[in-house]
Design a protein around this ligand. Structure first.
Ligand code: SF4
Ligand code: SF4
Length: 119
């Protein structure tokens, strides 16, 4: 199970103050050999329709913990990941102690990367 996640994809419907409010995310990159080969396929552009669609993937428990936390990251998603060449991938789950997803101006998942990817 992965540790806390930070994200800078400000245009994503799940983005919340450098954190991710999704309950579960999926990272693609089956044949990834470098960071830009990995993408957060859970990314959805912020709009009303996607906000409604995202309701089924909200980390309510994490949001509550984060609300009452004075420090630290309490809200972060479970990660399913296809990037089998990453050293943190164990049978499709991520076991990194912390994960960072980028980037600021992404308008679709193809422009998001797992910055923690490491062979
Ligand atoms: S891009 Fe991925 S990690 Fe970042 S907020 Fe969106 S769903 Fe969460
Ligand atoms: S750190 Fe590695 S295993 Fe974890 S989400 Fe990123 S690419 Fe996948």
């Amino acid at each position: 199970m992965n540790g806390p996640l930070t994200c800078s994809a400000t245009n994503c419907v799940h983005y919340a103050n450098n954190l991710c409010s999704a309950n579960k995310i999926h990272i693609s990159g089956l044949n990834a050999s470098i960071t830009p080969d990995t993408h957060c396929s859970t990314f959805q552009e912020k709009n009303l329709e996607n906000s409604l669609n995202s309701l089924s993937n909200i980390n309510l428990n994490g949001e509550l913990k984060q609300f009452f936390s004075s420090s630290g990251i309490e809200m972060y998603p479970e990660i399913e990941c296809d990037a089998k060449s990453c050293r943190y991938n164990q049978s499709g789950s991520c076991f990194a102690q912390s994960v960072n997803i980028i980037k600021n101006d992404a308008l679709n998942s193809n422009y998001t990367y797992c910055n923690t990817f490491c062979k």
